[in-house]
Ligand binder design. Sequence first.
Ligand code: DNO
Length: 356
Amino acid sequence: MNMTFRWYGKGNDTVTLEQIKQIPNVKGIVWALHEKPVGEIWTKAEIKKEVSYIESYGFHAEVVESVNIHESIKLGNEQRDEYIENYKQTIRNLGEFNVKVICYNFMPVFDWIRTDLFHPLPDGSTALFYDKQKLDSIGPKELVELFSSASSMTLPGWEPEKLGRIQELFEAYKGIDEEQLWENLRYFLQEILPVCEECGIKMAIHPDDPPWSLFGLPRIMTGGASLKKLLAISNSPANGITFCTGSLGSNPENDMVALASKYINRSPFAHIRNVKIYDNGSFIETSHLTEDGSINISGVMKELAEQNYDGYVRPDHGRHIWDEDCRPGYGLYDRALGIMYLNGLWDAFNLKEMEE
Ligand code: DNO
């Protein structure tokens, strides 16, 4: 496995590359041009600046999370071809700087959804929390207000330019059901995958988080059947998955070990984290430790080890611990602890190999 760490860029993150350098086994930085409006071409000059900075610390910059998809592409409207052309150009430009994987998602309007970004855990730390009852009782506008006021930094997938257009976007999605969204995803992939192949880049779709429909919007990357259907769109090696245990795993019907055994070989990128699911359907993000949550993280890592997984891995959202003031879910300390847990599991499951 190729261990990585997500970082939001100089001046846009409380964590520094100097700090990340001290976490054992981190080889690369997962990055993006977070200030770039969705749909615009990422220029070579912009990419070069970011990649050079990351590489100057001895890290690779082979994974981008995310090049977000313009709503026109998800909606399949008249402007989609223009935005697909822009996307292709961004792929070509990233390919020139040795980027190997692009993580993206196909969630309408909203990206990841929680009701509380700093919910207390019994150990005194705080973490991202999804209160099912609360979410079921509020509307999209209240959710947007909640997110806009919850963090002083722009949250990934919650860009202000989009948040100002929520009403209009909900209108536009009225005619789009799941089948239509699949059709729009298929159209997009068939356009871009040949370009990815030329450039040596793999696309890795991120599952919906949480993996169910909200506010009547269709969500299609929700479990094993979706992963199967995605892969059936194209056999191209460029058509891949971001295997995110926390997103899919917040639905207890998704057995993450079974899914890893089936799909990790088509996942160039893996996000490994744990969540604790409550009986009422709410869930909270915990430490990465298997026994702290509802997901068998050690079982997933065993699968990765058994399949000699050579893709990119990153720890995912961490708790906020030791009074750290950081981006929600993206502090230094708990993600570093998460990495050491994943490193330990990996080494333990590979012991046999080392002894031989
Ligand atoms: C949030 C992230 C998501 C994720 C995108 C991938 O913390 O898990 O924003 O990066 O959905 O496209």
